[in-house]
Design a protein around this ligand. Structure first.
Ligand code: ZN
Length: 280
């Protein structure tokens, strides 16, 4: 019996196998695909479309996408996978701050004074840092923005600053996860003292309670992963950041993806969303 492959590498292997088999039987690949059970056929055709899309993506033009998702939505992991599949640069605002601070740049030093006091970095400073980053050569093929813009003011500033350049924002993808699921994911997060390995008592528990599987060190919960702090972080997202959805919606530049599925399925849906934003 034919088992439908699920992961990206599996699909890649499956596709290769089909090509070899078709060559051996001396029939077209499409004719062979038609003989597959319908679910396997659907996944394979969908995969091939995504794969062809990622191959042609960076050759065609700059594609710039914003990924919006709350803490715990899996945004970081998905942004990493999506940018790799699309061949565009993943630009996470958090990483930019950390890098600028460790390198001691002027903007970094300014940002540090806010972060040290536990304040949010002002929009103007964040905008300047992201826009500088976009001018670097590795962002030429396009970018996947993660953690920026965080509010409408930043989104407007971004659009204004890009006017007159050859870059535009193609659209935003909202990685949608219900609040109660986010709460469960975040409040179950534990980290090991030695190497910051991440566990989740609900979804990915350690073999022995309170002990890291990998290095045996103690697991603890970060203060901002505890009840009240988690609620506050989610409040900021659901009150402020979520208004970005309306901002991009008014320009018909918003696609929502269900983030409450397996990692592979979310990735596949994100690829589909990127395709539609790029006008495929
Ligand atoms: Zn560990």
């Amino acid at each position: 019996m034919h088992v439908a492959p699920t992961t990206w590498p599996e699909m890649m292997g499956e596709n290769r196998k089909l090509e070899l088999e078709a060559r051996k039987l001396k029939i077209g690949r499409l004719r062979l695909i038609r003989r597959l059970p319908s679910c396997a056929r659907y996944r394979l055709v969908e995969w091939r479309r995504n794969d062809a899309f990622s191959r042609s993506f960076h050759r065609r033009r700059k594609v710039n996408i914003i990924l919006i998702g709350a803490q715990g939505s899996g945004k970081g992991t998905q942004a990493e996978m999506l940018s790799k599949s699309l061949g565009i640069r993943h630009v996470a605002s958090g990483d930019l701050f950390r890098k600028a601070i460790s390198e001691g740049t002027a903007l970094g030093m300014q940002a540090k004074t806010y972060i040290d006091r536990g304040h949010l970095v002002p929009d103007a400073l964040t905008n300047a840092m992201v826009l500088n980053r976009l001018e670097e050569p590795d962002c030429k093929a396009g970018v996947l923005l993660d953690g920026f813009p965080r509010n409408i003011a930043q989104a407007e500033a971004l659009d204004n600053d890009l006017q007159g350049t050859d870059r535009t924002i193609d659209g935003a993808i909202y990685l949608e996860v219900p609040r109660d699921v986010l709460l469960q994911r975040l409040s179950g997060r534990y980290i090991c003292r030695a190497n910051q390995h991440v566990y989740n008592i609900n979804t990915r528990p350690p073999k022995v309670a309170g002990v890291c599987d990998i290095d045996g060190s103690e697991l603890y919960q970060r203060s901002d992963d505890q009840g009240r702090a988690v609620q506050e972080r989610l409040d900021t997202f659901f009150h402020e950041t979520i208004r970005l959805l309306d901002y991009y919606k008014q320009y018909h530049k918003l696609v929502a993806v269900n983030g409450n599925q397996s990692i592979e399925q979310v990735h596949e849906d994100l690829m589909k969303a990127a395709r539609s934003l790029a006008g495929e």
